[in-house]
Design a protein around this ligand. Structure first.
Ligand SMILES: Nc1nc2c(c(=O)[nH]1)N=C([C@H](O)[C@@H](O)CO)CN2
Length: 128
């Protein structure tokens, strides 16, 4: 299964940074996500209840950003992806995180991680 829900340039505000001055203000992060899913049950029924709801995902990501304060973007990314996988039952997530303005000479800096799997596991060897 290779279907994916995508979320692009989702902006969140959070306290994040390794330096003292960063502990006292909110900074903006921009997030791109690809989330493994099988769209066929939702497509066959036209029923949101059977879909991976991108609006609910965005709301949860905004709440996660508001309720946590990390020093490193690495920690934010790893913990966010673990939370989404656990709460939404998602097998695979790719997250690109950008912290615009962190390095004035760069448009943005950040990271990209993939956790879990996007393809269905290979059928088990029947032994024949
Ligand atoms: N790999 C990382 N490098 C740096 C991070 C980070 O989170 N991961 N953070 C900083 C500072 O907080 C920076 O964003 C302040 O401008 C520096 N390097």
């Amino acid at each position: 299964m290779t279907d994916r829900i995508i979320i692009e340039a989702l902006e969140v505000e959070t306290v994040i940074g390794a330096y003292d001055w960063e502990r006292t203000l909110q900074q903006r992060l921009s997030l791109d996500l690809e989330l493994a899913t099988d769209i066929r049950p939702a497509a066959a029924t036209d029923d949101l209840a059977l879909a991976l709801d991108y609006a609910a995902l965005c709301e949860r990501i905004q709440a996660f950003a508001a309720e946590h304060q990390f020093e490193l973007v690495e920690t934010f990314a790893e913990r966010l992806v673990a939370t989404l996988r656990e709460e939404f039952g998602i097998t695979g997530v790719t997250l690109t995180l950008r912290k615009p303005g962190a390095v004035p000479a760069a448009a943005s800096v950040g990271l990209k991680i993939t956790r879990g799997r996007f393809a269905a596991p290979a059928p088990e060897d029947s032994g024949t």
